[in-house]
Design a protein around this ligand. Structure first.
Ligand code: PGA
Length: 303
């Protein structure tokens, strides 16, 4: 996992024998002419806080969603330095929220999907206002099952992400290539296209509420993983695209998490990449101890 530091010198100013070298992130290095070189960073070096989300998909029922929530609250209580969230099915959001609130848990409440219109004749859809009313703080946009099973296009995913951000919530933009696309050598263009179109018309300010989840479709629910090197390579390239779209600072502070058959036993290795800031977890998030093992691995990787 990476560290946000000086991202490029943008100015050098000499005042009273002191030279300040300003970085694009607002950091500055101070040298004085008595040759007592002093390094001062303002603001202090920050790190991207790891993020681990549990996407329960269309699993659990009224009883097991409550049990799983309580299990996660207990298992995660002692693990600091990682932002965590669960994404239960819609009918259980309120009950999960009550448990999280009653237990004073820092686990955030997420929704797996939303519709981008505010209200009206859209049978079966759920608006952002409804989700906010239920205490939802984050929403997934463009999960591969929405793209490839339900048929959501890049444009729909972008509309959803913009609506999520306009509603003041955090959006987790999911992208990833299929096996066919990977085998055809299209991994980078597919991911970069999904990232660029997903982020269309999203401001640099709003990017502080975007998490990008790279989830190779062939790794989701299959027990297959990208190698840590392959995953790191994709993440580093995605970060470069964010730098092109915005600037180096936005790129450095945006969390890019990995998803696809992450388990407690492989999480530490996958999270070792400098550009891998946590994970989006499906199957392994349905067992609290397993999910906690992954969160611990993410905590171990922060520095
Ligand atoms: P998986 O799912 O961990 O079961 O592979 C990940 C996801 O779909 O987010």
């Amino acid at each position: 996992m990476g560290v946000v530091g000086v991202v490029g010198v943008v100015g050098v100013v000499g005042v009273g024998g002191v030279v300040w070298v300003y970085g694009g992130s607002g950091a500055r290095l101070q040298f004085n002419d008595a040759a007592t070189r002093r390094l001062e960073m303002e603001p202090p070096v920050r790190e991207r806080k790891p993020f681990v989300g549990g996407n329960w998909k269309m699993n659990t029922n009224r009883t097991t969603s409550a049990d799983l929530t309580r299990g996660c609250v207990d298992a995660l209580a002692a693990i600091g330095s990682v932002e965590t969230a669960v994404f239960p099915p819609f009918p259980y959001l309120l009950a999960v929220r009550s448990i999280l609130r009653d237990r004073g848990s820092s686990i955030q409440l997420g929704a797996q999907d939303c519709y981008f219109r505010p209200d009206g004749a859209f049978t079966g859809e759920i608006s952002l206002e409804m989700l906010k009313d239920c205490g939802v703080q984050l929403v997934l946009a463009g999960h591969s099952e929405r793209r490839h099973v339900i048929g959501e296009t890049d444009e729909i995913v972008n509309s959803k992400l913009r609506a999520i951000l306009d509603a003041g919530l955090t959006g987790v933009l999911c992208i990833g290539e299929t096996l066919e696309q990977r085998e055809a050598g299209h991994t980078d263009p597919v991911n970069q296209r999904q990232l660029r179109s997903g982020l269309a018309d999203i401001s640099a300010d709003a990017m502080s509420r975007v998490v990008v989840a790279y989830e190779p479709v062939w790794a989701i629910g299959t027990g297959k993983n990208a190698t840590p090197e392959d995953a790191q390579d994709v993440h580093a390239k995605l970060r470069r695209v964010i730098a092109q779209l915005y600037n180096a600072e936005v790129a450095e502070r945006t969390r890019i998490i990995y998803g696809g058959s992450v388990k407690a036993s492989n999480a530490a290795e996958l999270f070792r990449g400098a550009d891998i800031d946590g994970g989006l977890i499906g199957g392994a998030s349905l067992k609290a101890p397993e999910f906690a093992g992954i969160v611990k691995a993410a905590a171990g990787g922060s520095r």
